[in-house]
Design a protein around this ligand. Structure first.
Ligand SMILES: *Cc1c(COP(=O)(O)O)cnc(C)c1O
Length: 485
């Protein structure tokens, strides 16, 4: 009597699955190759939204049918960030080798929480590469995380534990003899106040210092505030400097901030989500030299390094402080001397996640394949193209640059003959919507000094110079049509 094979989640027909997987791979390669032939964005049809509200099926269907549904209902209605004319928020483009790495990582499907298996060594290796790139010591600790938000949370949690004068993990923030305070500029990314709130400090504990006219954190005003807080009985623990602010791409005076932190015994954390990668540029922003002096740095790899979303990293100079902020090792996770449960540096001792995916493989494969030099060239071209866009804006009398553009972020608007701020805001909102609805280009909205801006954040390796010509020409055309000029 033949033994019955127990039901698993594997395919009933491996050869059929192989054919479909090959087909899907072919389709996706074509899809990526031809990305610029499609509009950058299209509104989602109502029938797709309805389809995506259906309840979960009790009965499955053949994977071929599910793939067809993906191709018809999901794939065509992309966010658009893989397209050469997407420059909204700060969203990376992705790469074909990244797609391959995701497939391979999902196939191995290891858990990088800990243990002695090869994936952990890959993550240690890529972290060492970034430590070297940022001028951190070789024994710095770190981990890959979902992105900049989580990287900043981890860095700030280490700062909090390391600089509190009491045992904050055990006794909590409420037991602090003096309330803890942190410092950043008003241009700091929203993930920082969110992290401060989540750590139980309350967002008032984060002192936001108004920026100077270059949108940088003024060190003298910061120092004044720190001194006032000390006199008032607070305990300043951390300064957050930004390398590449989200709104305008400004980089704070990192050296000046590092000096200040030394003077006051504070932790120096840098949010370098995208701007830290400008170390790869031919001429990095002058302020970036101070990056190496940070105690911890948060950086994104799914933005300017074009790796598949999600991946970012955090590095901490003081490995013991990092471990002390997170390690909690129950019996069922005890590290052994031999076997799979061995290995001293378990990533789960350095962060919040226990089960952790093999993000490191896409980092490793991307850098192994492209090499740092190719990233250098792409990042430099992005910076050169940004200068080109700035010159297009400055050269067009109907356009107006709304902030300095020192890095890869440009805030501008259609101005024409319009003077009224309210009318300019409505006009530029309309232009932004039409750029998307006509599938031309995706900048994102923001405000600079209260003025509504079309914002281009350029981390796109697919953009050609002409794409910015098309953007500015279309903005001018739309502006003229809408104002009847
Ligand atoms: C994008 C960004 C973040 C948040 O990173 P995520 O990867 O989106 O979580 C933090 N800071 C800055 C400056 C950013 O640009």
């Amino acid at each position: 009597m033949a033994l019955e094979t127990p039901e698993t989640l594997d395919p009933d027909d491996w050869e059929g699955f192989r054919r479909l997987a090959h087909q899907a791979m072919d389709d996706m390669i074509d899809y990526l190759r031809d990305v610029d032939a499609r509009p950058v964005w299209q509104p989602i049809p109502p029938e797709v939204k309805e389809f995506l509200a259906d309840p979960a099926p009790a009965q499955g269907r053949p994977v071929e049918d599910v793939y067809r549904a993906f191709r018809e209902m999901i794939l065509p209605h992309q966010m658009g960030n893989i397209h050469p004319r997407f420059w909204g928020w700060v969203i990376g483009t992705g790469t074909p080798v990244g797609v391959l790495a995701e497939l391979l990582a999902a196939t191995m499907n290891p858990n990088l929480g800990g243990g002695d298996h090869v994936a952990n060594y890959v993550e240690h290796q890529v972290l060492a590469w970034f430590a070297d790139l940022f001028g951190f010591p070789a024994d710095a600790s770190g981990l890959l995380v979902s992105g900049g938000s989580m990287a900043n949370l981890v860095g700030l949690a280490v700062a909090r534990s390391a600089r509190a004068e009491h045992d904050i993990r055990r006794r909590g923030v409420a037991a602090a003899p003096q309330p803890l305070t942190l410092y950043a500029s008003t241009e700091v990314h929203s993930c920082v106040p969110k992290a401060v709130e989540l750590m139980g400090l309350g967002s008032d504990a984060l002192r936001l210092i108004p920026v100077d006219d270059r949108f940088e954190l003024p060190v003298d005003r910061l120092e004044q505030r720190v001194t006032e807080d000390v006199a008032a009985g607070f305990r300043p623990v951390c300064v957050i400097g930004t390398a590449g602010t989200v709104n305008t791409g400004a980089t704070d005076d990192l050296d000046g901030l590092a000096d200040l932190c030394e003077r006051h015994g504070m932790w120096f954390h840098v949010d370098g989500a995208f701007g830290s990668l400008a170390v790869l540029a031919a001429r990095p922003p002058a302020h970036l030299a101070g990056l190496a002096r940070a105690d911890s740095i948060a950086f994104d790899l799914h933005k300017w390094m074009s790796m598949p979303i999600e991946v970012g990293g955090v590095l901490v100079k003081d490995r013991n402080a990092h471990r002390a902020a997170f390690a909690l090792v129950p019996d069922y996770l005890a590290h052994q001397q031999r076997g799979l449960a061995s290995g001293q540096d378990w990533f789960s001792d350095y962060g919040i996640q226990l089960t952790r995916g093999f993000r490191a493989l896409k980092v490793w494969m991307s850098i192994m394949h492209h090499g740092l030099d190719r990233y250098r060239r792409v990042i430099q071209r992005n910076l050169d193209q940004t200068r080109h866009l700035v010159s297009l804006v400055e050269g067009a009398t109907e356009l107006e640059l709304l902030a300095p553009a020192p890095l890869n972020v440009v805030c501008f608007r259609y101005r024409g003959a319009e003077q009224d701020e309210g009318a300019l805001e409505a006009l530029n909102r309309e232009i932004l919507a039409l750029l998307a609805e006509r599938g031309v280009a995706i900048p994102s909205p923001t405000k600079v000094d209260g003025r509504f801006a079309l914002r281009v954040a350029h981390v796109n390796h697919r953009t050609r110079d002409e794409d910015f010509d098309l953007l500015t020409e279309t903005v001018i055309d739309l502006g003229r049509q809408l104002t009847g000029a």
